[in-house]
Design a protein around this ligand. Structure first.
Ligand code: OXD
Ligand code: MN
Length: 586
């Protein structure tokens, strides 16, 4: 009798007709076979093995460089279950559309079967996926980003409790690219892209879109959040999880070298992108990082912005779409002040000054355990207890450096109303303000109105729900310059949050929530004037009135399904801002 996994692999091979099938066991021998094959096939290019041992460069197809949200679909039987923020196809239509594209797609190629665990191997919160792919680059990346091979098969046994994900590069034509999710069946089909979240199916497809659906069914949370531990001078570590949209600094915050290290404040990394959180018996939410590596945006990363990751990526790492120096080292914009001469750009051509050397969404893929700042508890099977949620985005104006929600429901409103300027992490215009609730707009596997309801309910179930904050490191002054230095200095804001959690810091009521008192944020050693601090924390009623209107326009899209609690919060905000409150459409 064959297992569900074996039957599925057989079914897929009948459809895709690969030349051969390789079951990945995750062993070193397997890896040592794969790498030379990839070097011979031009999938990988070797880097300087003295300064970057066991590191490789991969160049993707130039038209396949970021997540493609416009061809990402949630395929639920009822359109309303996908909601107004997701692209939708009926499951039967999705399969009818993609089956011909998968038909014979792996002819002449190797089909890799990659069993993997999302989450620590021995955690009750972890889950199993199996990705079938014809991309060896995906296999090598999954090896870093999750726990692959025998360890997953051992945990699975004969069970059918795994999320199948079928992936093929297809012909890489963007017109024949589709990323389909069938949450009712817990199934993923992806074709036509070999890049990041489109192709490493454990990440966005499983750990966020499918897992968010599972989490609602099973009373837990799957969120687009980093997890960090803030150690105080007594050695106590308080864990916080932060949701920022893609390429807004989650990795840098999670791996920060604290500017207050001399005073005993230190940051430990548990995760940089995704948090799975389950209510614990102690009344706290407990978070595990389902991933085992970091798939971080390279441009802008340097010794100042993220020294920890700069150290981590010096071995066993994959670089995608970065430039190559004559010493065969990776380079990207912002890595050093001056670009080295004689580089090869991300397209493999001699670099011309004035054109991009690295692609703006170029990435490093590095094992998490290599980070000097990795938390001793990053693989704790019981997870870490979360004391704060931090929402944030990239806002040139409007949002202050930090504010705290008055209570859980207000915090859910703050998250639901989040907005950010778009980045190169997804294809499309960059710098356009869009609403991105809880940074989950591209990643929520169901109707976001139901997702907000789930959030409200989760808070009610927790004896110690996390305190909720909102931050904006990106506010600019009249001169167009950033007002806040960011990076390691952000620990000053985390310290204020810690003091709020511990009841040690005061706050000032504003129309939008609680901001620090004057001198509430420790500034010693930092040259930020009181005027600048005032500007950073200013709540401008006119700007916020326009914001409240934009939030209303967004909320209206959800119709009757939007929880009334969020409309109540919206009305309260408009009242505080001194608006006449129009009755919202329900
Ligand atoms: C990511 C993203 O790669 O959010 O993490 O795009
Ligand atoms: Mn992300």
């Amino acid at each position: 009798m064959s297992t569900a996994l074996e039957s599925w692999v057989e079914e897929v091979s009948r459809l895709t007709k690969p030349e051969r099938i390789v079951w990945c066991d995750g062993s070193q021998q397997e890896y040592e076979r794969l790498i030379p094959e990839m070097l011979r096939g031009g999938v990988f290019h070797g880097l300087n093995d003295r300064t970057y041992p066991n590191c490789y460069l991969h160049r993707s197809d130039p038209y396949d460089v970021a997540r493609t949200e416009q061809v990402t679909f949630i395929c639920t039987r009822q359109k309303e279950d996908a909601g107004p923020t997701n692209n939708w196809m009926a499951p039967v239509d999705g399969k009818a559309k993609l089956r011909p594209l998968f038909d014979s797609a792996m002819q002449g190629r190797t089909m890799y079967v990659v069993p993997y665990i999302m989450g620590p191997a021995n955690s009750p919160y972890s889950k199993i996926g199996v990705e079938i792919t014809d991309s060896p680059y995906v296999v090598a990346s999954m090896r870093i980003m999750s726990r692959i091979g025998q360890v997953a098969l051992d945990r699975l046994g004969n069970s059918d409790d795994f999320v199948p994900g079928l992936h093929s590069l297809g012909d890489l034509n963007p017109d024949r690219r589709f990323i389909l999710h069938f949450p009712e069946e817990k199934l993923i089909w992806s074709i036509g892209s070999g890049y990041g979240g489109n192709a490493l199916l454990g990440k966005k497809c499983f750990a966020l879109r499918i897992a968010s659906w599972m989490a609602r069914e099973q009373d837990w949370m799957a969120e687009h959040m980093l997890i960090l531990g803030l150690e105080d001078p007594s050695g106590k570590v308080t864990y916080m999880a932060a949701a920022f949209p893609s390429a807004c600094g989650k990795t840098n915050l999670a791996m920060m070298v604290s500017a207050l290290e001399n005073e005993g404040y230190r940051v430990w990394t548990v995760g940089d992108d995704i948090a799975w959180m389950v209510p614990g018996e102690d009344g706290y939410l407990h978070a595990v990082n389902p991933e085992a590596g970091f798939f971080g945006v390279a441009p802008g990363t340097n010794e100042k912005t993220n020294p920890n990751v700069m150290q981590a990526i010096r071995k066993n790492s994959i670089f995608t779409n970065v430039a190559l120096t004559p010493e065969r080292e990776p380079w990207w914009e912002g890595m050093t002040a001056t670009p080295p001469a004689g580089m090869i750009d991300w397209l493999g051509k001699p670099w011309q000054a004035g054109s991009p050397a690295a692609q703006p969404n170029s990435r490093y893929t590095v094992p998490a355990e290599q980070a000097p700042c990795i938390s001793p508890r990053w693989q704790d099977p019981a997870g870490v207890p979360i004391s704060a949620f931090i929402f944030g985005g990239r806002r040139t104006h409007v949002a202050p450096l930090v504010y705290e929600a008055r209570d859980w429901e207000h915090g859910v409103f703050v998250g639901a109303a989040m907005a950010s300027e778009t980045t190169a992490a997804a294809t499309g215009a960059v710098g356009v303000t869009r609403r991105d609730p809880m940074a989950m707009l591209p990643f929520c596997g169901y109707n976001m109105a139901d997702y907000f309801r789930h959030w409200i309910e989760m808070g009610r179930r927790l004896k110690h729900p996390p305190r909720i904050f909102h931050v904006n490191w990106f506010r600019k002054g009249a001169d167009g310059k950033f007002l806040w230095p960011g990076y390691g200095e952000n620990v000053r804001v985390l310290k204020w949050m810690l003091e709020r959690i511990e009841g040690k810091a005061g706050a000032v009521e504003t129309q939008i929530g609680l901001v620090p008192e004057p001198n509430g944020i420790t500034l010693d050693g930092l040259r930020v004037s009181p005027d600048t601090m005032g500007e950073l924390l200013r709540v401008d009623a006119a700007e916020w009135s326009a914001e409240a209107d934009a939030i209303e326009q967004f909320f209206v899209k959800f119709g009757y399904r939007l929880p009334s609690e969020l409309w109540d919060q919206h009305s309260a905000l408009t009242k505080r801002l001194g608006h006449a409150v129009a009755a919202p459409a329900r």
